[in-house]
Ligand binder design. Structure first.
Ligand SMILES: *Cc1c(COP(=O)(O)O)cnc(C)c1O
Length: 362
């Protein structure tokens, strides 16, 4: 039996994507590879129908965090002052990246399950102390969907540029690309796009490609270097060829399935089915559904159960879920509805949840 992945990436992939990943051997210095590279970059900007005169997709090898590190190291000039919004593991990771690379930054801390305090953000930006803001769209720690459109408006009002971690939302949630404040957005192949791990990317505004940090803070993470090569049908280093083959197929499948809005609706429907079942079994959500992304919701472990028992019970029935992180580790579990999950899998999942949560705890 194929295990269905309900963790927040990597996701269960389609047979088409699985086959595409191993379909051919490809030299990354040949025309066939550059055709693939051009095609995938075009499909990435097409996901949100972006004007290719304004936006460019820059791909590089690595996980979602690699894209975040490339964004932070390549797009923040040495004189930048960065405000980082934290309300979970991934916001804190943005601060960590700024810290490691010597970026002058200040965290704006919130409790993990808490919503951003937008008046506080506006007050911080009104002080004119910050040139840039870094923030997470879907904070996977708790499943919270942060209000990035409002944030982008506040940034625009105060002349700050926004760097967005859209790793767990790109392809399934609305992203404010039309806001002039949005400078770049980082994401990965193996979450809402249903590709395989290995390739990540940053979408950035074309005029800002010239804003190279000199000297660069990194060689392999230098987005302007990758961008320059990719625009000239070249690549500075060996790219993750097989992950690109898979992503090419995954992006075609996304398009055929109706694009990001259809994917959003599909994830939401599955999340609602799971929620109805869990609530009927007395399991409480960490956040209200209205504050959660369509991608993932967090649940409290009910009294008498523990994470290991819930995880192992579901795994025996063919489903992999995810625990909590940090101080939320013991009392919580998370279920993502990303990936190639069909009706049959869903019906089995509802039964598996029933079995696990109505069994005598212990
Ligand atoms: C998954 C995720 C990341 C990146 O994780 P990797 O393990 O590096 O792929 C970053 N931000 C968010 C919000 C995520 O969900």
């Amino acid at each position: 039996m194929r295990a269905i992945l309900l963790n927040p990436g990597p996701v269960s992939i389609s047979e088409g994507v699985r086959r595409a990943a191993v379909a051919s051997d490809l030299c990354h210095r040949e025309g066939e590879y550059f055709d693939l590279q051009d095609r995938v970059r075009g499909k990435l900007t097409d996901v949100y129908q972006l004007d290719s005169a304004c936006w460019v997709a820059v791909m590089l090898g690595g996980s979602g965090t690699t894209a975040l590190e490339a964004m932070v190291t390549s797009l923040l000039p040495r004189e930048a002052r960065l405000l980082v919004l934290e309300n979970g593991v991934y916001g804190e990771r943005l601060s960590r990246l700024a810290e490691i690379h010597g970026v002058d930054y200040e965290p704006l801390r919130h409790g993990w399950p808490d919503a951003w305090d937008l008046p506080r953000v506006a007050a911080a930006l009104a002080s004119k102390a910050f040139t840039h803001v870094a923030a997470v769209h879907h904070e996977t720690t708790t499943g919270r969907l942060n209000p990035v459109a409002e944030l982008a408006q506040i940034c625009a009002r105060h002349g700050a540029r926004l760097l967005l971690d859209a790793v767990a939302s790109f392809g399934a949630e609305d992203i404010p690309f039309d806001s002039p404040a949005l400078l770049a957005c980082a994401a990965t192949a193996n979450k809402c796009l249903h590709g395989i791990p290995g390739v990540c990317f940053v979408l950035l505004r074309r005029p800002d490609l010239d804003l190279a940090v000199t000297p660069p803070r990194s060689l392999t993470l230098d987005l302007t270097l990758w961008a320059r090569h990719q625009q000239q049908r070249s690549t500075p280093f060996t790219p993750p060829v097989n992950a690109l083959l898979a992503l090419d197929q995954a992006l075609s499948e996304l398009q055929h399935a109706g694009g990001w809005k259809a994917r959003h609706a599909g994830y939401h429907r599955l999340a609602e089915e799971v929620a109805r079942q869990l609530e009927a079994l007395g399991v409480e959500a960490l956040l209200p559904a209205s504050a959660s992304s369509c991608v993932l919701r967090a649940w409290r472990i009910p009294p008498g159960h523990d994470y290991q028992q819930v995880h192992d019970g579901l795994k025996r029935r063919g489903f992999v879920i995810y625990g909590g992180q940090g101080h939320l580790a013991s009392g919580m579990f998370r279920i993502s509805t990303m990936g190639d999950i069909g009706h049959y899998d869903m019906e089995r999942l509802l039964v598996a949840l029933q079995d696990v949560f109505s069994s005598t705890p212990g």
